[in-house]
Ligand binder design. Structure first.
Ligand code: PA5
Length: 478
């Protein structure tokens, strides 16, 4: 069934404005139509690659189909979320990386900015926390504010072998056991269908733990539209059908192989061209507190997907650009000076919002002080939008490349569009770079080194190698 009316969906369309990337605005500092033409074949090749392989589990491209193949799962998640809301005072996600950043981002985007501080009658669900670290102080702080026996813990790990998540699990399950709580009652696992340790753990509880599947062909950072993100979102009362409908809507907008007609391909081409020009910093700057953590989510998506040593032909390419998170207008007072006058090594992507959830009128006052008086009679929405426009303009006048993703408002449907747009942009850019966008060999090496340091069986060789590596030298300690 279609989501809302066609008119409403079209009014909620997310668009990309890249005028301030082009030579028409930036003179010789900008991209020309000729530059875009020069990579046309490569861009079309990337489009064809993604179109031909979409949905393929073996290539980790299952995420493309998530807007379409989850009807039964969504119904189940909505029913479970209803029970969780009835039964529990707190909902805690145990996970890290791709298993944590999506749920936090959606919470930030679509819930009240002080959600946990609201009275229970004003909240749609239980208090919500995501433990995406193993900082002992953070875990202790969580335990100070929740009551474990009144908490639903959603353990999210595809492998069930991630030290951080499983450490969180061990601590929490020990507390529940000691409190005499049946773990199967207070935990939900989101994991691989057959592989992985959470399946074994569930088996040890007689298969009684409620489980959701993180599909085989969906990697962590592309998983927010799978049960990884859908269950926490549904518990929070977020319209998960709207999120999926938004993703499907954006998928349709990205169904043409032309830069002029496909927003994700346009963004990928801009990023690719500027990358080749040596611009190696990619800033995402939403002008919305609700989208602040979208920048965190995007940083992982971009960095882990495109930061690769070799391409598909085995060439050493050391690909990728460094994503930077920024927030408008806050970071106008911290980073923008550098963006306007520093090196020409950045592309800035703004996310602008046309209608904020509230406008907040600014009262008249201090009329005799011109620096203050002019603000009265406007609204905070007008001010933030004016500052957004002014910053983009100032960057353009300084010859600095920037483009804007326009969101009519921040809601489940537009958030779904934005996520899918950024995922598609990443997939197209990876295909243009001829690299594997969906693996993370560098992260795996760090994991193995941690195993060795903590004495995990089977990693003795690695430990030996680490012990014989250059030792710390007092000479360089100050
Ligand atoms: O994007 C990724 O694949 C990673 O960030 C993983 O999500 C992260 O390492 C957690 O892995 P797992 O879900 O196996 O615990």
């Amino acid at each position: 069934m279609a989501y809302k009316t066609k008119e409403w969906r079209n009014a909620m369309r997310v668009t990309v404005d890249y005028n301030y990337m082009m030579s028409k605005s930036l003179g010789d500092k900008g991209i020309t139509d000729g530059d875009i033409k020069a990579v046309k074949e490569k861009a079309e090749g990337a489009f064809r690659y993604v179109a031909a392989n979409r949905g393929r589990d073996d290539l980790f491209m299952g995420w493309t189909e998530l807007p379409y193949n989850q009807d039964a799962i969504v119904a189940d998640i909505i029913a479970t979320a209803k029970q969780v809301r009835k039964k529990f005072k707190y909902f805690v996600v145990l996970g890290i990386g791709g298993s944590a950043l999506g749920p936090i981002m959606a919470f930030n985007a679509l819930c009240h900015l002080h959600y946990n501080e609201l009275s229970p009658s004003k909240r749609k669900g239980p208090k919500f926390y995501v433990e995406d670290n193993v900082d002992p102080v953070r875990m202790a702080a969580l335990l100070d504010v929740i009551e474990p026996e009144k908490t639903c813990f959603n353990v999210i790990s595809k492998s069930g072998a991630t030290s951080e998540t499983m450490t969180q699990y061990l601590i929490i399950s020990d507390i529940l056991k000691k409190a005499g709580v049946d773990i199967a009652e207070n935990m939900i696992f989101t994991t691989d269908a057959v592989k992985g340790n959470l399946q074994k753990i569930d088996a040890s509880f007689g298969g009684k733990v409620k489980k959701y599947v993180l599909p085989d062909g969906v990697g962590g950072r592309f998983s927010e539209l799978s049960p990884v993100g859908l269950l926490p979102a549904a518990v929070l009362g977020i319209d998960i059908k709207g999120m999926l409908a938004g993703a499907a809507y954006m998928d349709n907008l990205c169904s043409k192989p032309s830069v002029a007609k496909n927003p994700a391909l346009a963004c990928a081409v801009l990023q690719y061209i500027t990358m080749k020009q040596g611009k190696n910093i990619n800033v995402l700057m939403p002008y919305s507190d609700n989208l602040k953590l979208m920048a965190d989510w995007y940083c992982q998506l971009w960095a882990e997907s495109l930061g690769k040593a070799v391409d598909y032909d085995g060439n050493l390419v050391n690909a990728g650009t460094t994503p930077v998170k920024s927030l408008g207008v806050t970071d106008q007072h911290s980073q923008v000076q550098l963006y306007i006058e520093g090196p020409y090594d950045k592309v800035i992507t703004f996310i602008s919002v046309a209608n904020y959830a509230t406008t907040m009128p600014i009262p008249h006052g201090c009329e005799d002080i011109p620096d203050v008086g002019f603000l009265g009679g406007h609204s905070m929405q007008e001010l933030i939008q004016a500052e957004n426009k002014a910053t983009a303009y100032a960057l353009m006048r300084a010859g600095r490349m920037n483009y804007t993703i326009n969101m009519p408002e921040v809601n489940a449907f537009t958030l779904g569009q934005l996520m899918y747009l950024l995922e598609m942009q990443t997939a197209y850019t990876g295909a243009m770079l001829n690299i594997n966008t969906f693996n993370q060999p560098g992260v795996e090496n760090g994991k193995k080194a941690t195993f060795a340091l903590l004495g995990k069986k089977g990693y003795e060789g690695q430990k030996k190698e680490m012990d014989s590596a250059p030792a710390l030298d007092d000479k360089y300690i100050v």
